[in-house]
Write a protein that binds this ligand. Structure first.
Ligand code: ZN
Length: 193
């Protein structure tokens, strides 16, 4: 077990397309567990393998309400839709593929690979998905709400795409140029216990 390094835009490795997983090995399961640990450590609600420098189609998610600093804090007051409620989390999804989709919704998305930036992105409201679970078993699930948004965001990573690519060209370029010229703000010092 261990924390993994999260790659940050404009790292070119985030632009590569991930490949389907052929076999769910113990090594892959352990890696997925490390991804979850890393995601929790940085208060994320989803993480895709290419963000931690591995080009496998593997994502992990947990959108359940946690502390006030996490990216899902906005949803604390109205945590889950009925469909989200039915999905057991955390989720480890291997070779995830959206097979049906409907409606549209927006959310102020953030990303551990683009820290401190939040922008409104349009996504499908409802999705049906097939994937393999941690044990390599084929599963299907449907969801809406924050979990649906988050799954779509993470699958984008598997195709080398970031949420800042989904903004208007002007906005997208402004953010990318800002990061390239100024980098990211220094992380705050952790509070002393
Ligand atoms: Zn992301």
């Amino acid at each position: 077990m261990g924390l993994l390094e999260v790659l940050k835009f404009p790292d070119p490795r985030l632009r590569k397309k991930s490949q389907p997983v052929k076999e769910v090995t113990q090594e892959l399961q352990a890696f997925a567990d490390d991804m979850l640990e890393t995601m929790y450590e940085f208060r994320g609600i989803g993480l895709a393998a290419p963000q931690v420098n591995r080009l496998d189609r593997l994502i992990v998610l947990d959108t359940r309400p946690r502390d006030a600093d996490s990216e899902n804090a906005r949803y604390e007051s109205s945590p889950f839709t009925e469909l989200e409620e039915k999905v057991e989390q955390p989720l480890i999804l291997i070779n995830p593929e959206i097979i049906e989709k409907e409606g549209s919704t927006t959310y102020d998305e953030g990303c551990l690979s683009v820290p401190t930036f939040f922008e409104t992105v349009k996504r499908y409201e409802w999705i049906k998905l097939k994937a393999l679970n941690r044990e390599g078993k084929a599963i299907e699930l449907e969801t809406d709400g924050l979990l649906s948004i988050c799954i779509q965001h993470e699958i984008d990573h598997l195709d080398g795409k970031l949420f800042i690519d989904r903004l208007s060209t002007i906005k997208s370029n402004r953010i990318k140029n800002k990061i390239k010229s100024q980098g990211y703000p220094e992380p705050e010092e952790p509070e002393q216990e």
